[in-house]
Design a protein around this ligand. Structure first.
Ligand code: ADP
Ligand code: MG
Length: 587
């Protein structure tokens, strides 16, 4: 075949693949255009996850009628003053978004700049343009993209379920709204108002988008290094989540998903948050535009910093300092303070390592300051490791002691020493109990005497309520309670006294992650495992002898009790042979 130039439509379709890989990307480009146009108010309306329809209405500067055909032409932009690409202050600059959307979907622009006596409309469908004509319309621009990817079936095949696409698109608007608090934002998805926010300051916007509870305990931060400034709010270590969804970064006002920033955030929390959990953050970085290359990828969400090390140490240093601040009484989760005071084991004076206390004020559940001694739970523990004749059916043996308020020691019938991780064991038992009840078709609910109100970010509230029927099958009864809150009426009885707020937050994250067309079964299955994690007996709780005994007996009676739901062992057994090896008596 001879070499030939590709038709403009084909070029645009190829570009569409890069710029507009899914509805969320189209939403991002169109909303960024509205922000670049100086809008004070932006409304985003989605249908079918944006696959069916995306409509963005702004009150910005508009596009003059005679420029409409140019706006949808490739590499046509009003935003690059010079062509050096060194100082890029606008969100857009490549002139690719509108032609790409117009190539893959049906795009309509209706725009009326100040001083123009009517609005004008232009349509592009699969690359074919209908010339502009006057229509009624108010000041600003309405961009409508319908039937996304109808003209590029190859791309259409890669779309996920409308729910998953909606999730991604909503998250995109959430990020943009965080990056531009001075702009009023309204987001409607499938006729549901996800949020409707006035122009506000940074802190108020974070509160509206992270949920009141999170906002109340988040820690403000403001730091500077050379001409790079970092500001925003970060969550206390205790408010960690199972996904990184509640992290947002804006660099010079541009929402980014930058790996250097994500990594720096993770490193900053490394010592205070368990592996696999993620802190909350709403951070903005401001630096001279020339110290930044935003032209790394067509989607413009990745960056290159001239001074990578500077950025990394600024982020890590500022967060470490913020986390080390003494808790101010105005914003602190005051209730958690007393737990942090080191418990004084009788007789011994035990001072926790100062560095951990200084930064770890929020780690209420890590038993950092547990008394060092073991606590016998037997009035008179047997002094020799001989088999107890009356315990042949109890492979895990009789309780000996609890150590560090976390591990249980038991003496097995064959003389082995058994060490149980009480939290892991309880988690497994709870999960198995829930599963058994679920298999029988009824998970018992414990109604709460006083229903609990849980504040959540608006998107998570909506997601949980959408699943409320399924959650009821798991024994969790919730209902709507205003825009940013859920009322919990009942919890699975097997959980005893769960932390309802933590539980709902994790479930919300779970449902968001699995919003792929995942079978209901699988969804409930992972939800069950999550529920079990919220069993009330934690590491760091002191157990009575009877409780330990019950725990051991239940473990013996429960299938798969040897590992917790994360696959870690729930108990270790040291036999005579193991002990002899450890002491070097045996090879
Ligand atoms: P870019 O944003 O990179 O310039 P786009 O293809 O997204 O490229 O948009 C092309 C041009 O159309 C922009 O440079 C801008 O002049 C104009 N435009 C697009 N959307 C809007 C809007 N909502 N309000 C005003 N002008 C707009
Ligand atoms: Mg643009």
């Amino acid at each position: 075949m001879p070499i030939r130039r590709l038709a403009e439509t084909t070029i645009n379709r190829i570009a569409a693949g890069e710029v507009i890989e899914r509805p969320a990307a189209a939403v991002k480009e169109l909303t960024e255009n509205a922000l670049d146009a100086g809008a004070r108010r932006i409304e985003v309306i989605l249908a079918g996850g944006g696959i069916e329809r995306i409509e963005i209405i702004d009150d910005g500067g508009g596009i003059p009628a005679d420029e409409l055909p140019l706006a949808i032409e490739r590499h046509a932009t009003s935003k690059l003053q010079d062509e050096t690409l060194v100082r890029i202050a606008s969100l857009g600059f490549r002139g690719e978004a509108l032609p790409s959307i117009g190539a893959a979907a049906r795009l309509t622009l209706i725009s009326r700049p100040d001083g123009q006596d009517s609005a004008w409309r232009i349509d592009v469908a699969g690359g074919a343009v209908t010339p502009p004509r006057p229509v009624p319309g108010i000041k600003g621009t309405r961009a409508i993209a319908e039937d996304l990817f109808y003209a590029t079936p190859a791309r259409r095949k890669f779309l996920r379920s409308p729910r998953a696409e909606a999730e991604a698109a909503e998250r995109t608007v959430w990020r943009l709204a965080l990056s531009a608090p001075h702009v009023a934002f309204r987001l409607v998805s499938d006729e549901r108002v996800v949020f409707d926010l006035p122009a506000q300051d940074d802190t108020a916007r974070v509160a509206a988008l992270f949920g009141r509870e999170a906002a109340n305990s988040m820690i403000p931060l403001d730091a500077q290094r050379d001409d790079i400034r970092l500001s925003g709010l970060i969550g206390p270590a205790s408010l960690n989540r199972s996904t990184s969804q509640l992290q947002s970064f804006a660099v010079n006002g541009r929402p980014v998903q930058d790996s250097l920033l994500k990594l720096s955030l993770r490193l900053a929390y490394r010592d205070v948050i368990p592996a696999g959990r993620f802190p909350l953050a709403a951070l903005r970085l401001d630096l001279p535009n020339e110290a930044l290359d935003v032209n790394v990828h067509p989607a413009k969400s990745e960056l290159r910093f001239a001074d990578q090390n500077g950025v990394r140490s600024l982020v890590i240093g500022a967060i470490n300092r913020a986390l080390a601040q003494p808790v101010s009484l105005g914003t602190a989760p005051v209730a958690s303070l007393p737990i942090l005071a080191p418990r004084q084991p009788s007789g011994a004076s035990y001072a926790p390592p100062p560095s951990r206390i200084a930064r770890g004020f929020a780690e209420t559940e890590l038993a950092l300051v547990a008394p060092p001694a073991a606590r016998p739970v037997f009035a008179a523990p047997p002094s020799t490791a001989t088999a107890e004749p009356d315990m042949p059916d109890h492979p895990l043996g009789a309780p000996l002691a609890q150590i560090l308020d976390t591990y249980v020691l038991a003496l097995a019938a064959d003389g082995s020493l058994v060490i149980v991780d009480q939290h892991a064991a309880h988690e497994r038992l709870t999960e198995e109990r829930l599963r058994a009840q679920f298999a029988e078709g009824h998970v018992a609910t414990q109604p709460l005497l006083v229903p609990v109100v849980v504040d959540l970010p608006p998107m998570e509230t909506a997601r949980l309520l959408a699943e409320s029927e399924n959650l009821a099958k798991l024994g969790l009864e919730i209902e709507a309670f205003g825009p940013g809150a859920v009322l919990v009426r009942g919890v699975p009885a097997a959980l005893k006294e769960p932390d309802a707020a933590g539980l709902l937050r994790d479930l919300a994250a779970e449902f968001a992650e699995s919003s792929t067309p995942l079978a209901l079964e699988a969804k409930l299955d992972s939800a069950l495992a999550r529920l079990a994690c919220h069993r009330s007996i934690r590491a760091g709780r002191r157990l009575q002898r009877e409780e330990i005994d019950t725990l051991l007996r239940e473990m013996e009676a429960t299938p798969r009790a040897a590992t917790c739901s994360h696959g870690r062992p729930t108990f270790l057994k040291l036999t005579r042979a193991d002990l002899e090896k450890l002491f070097g008596r045996r090879a």
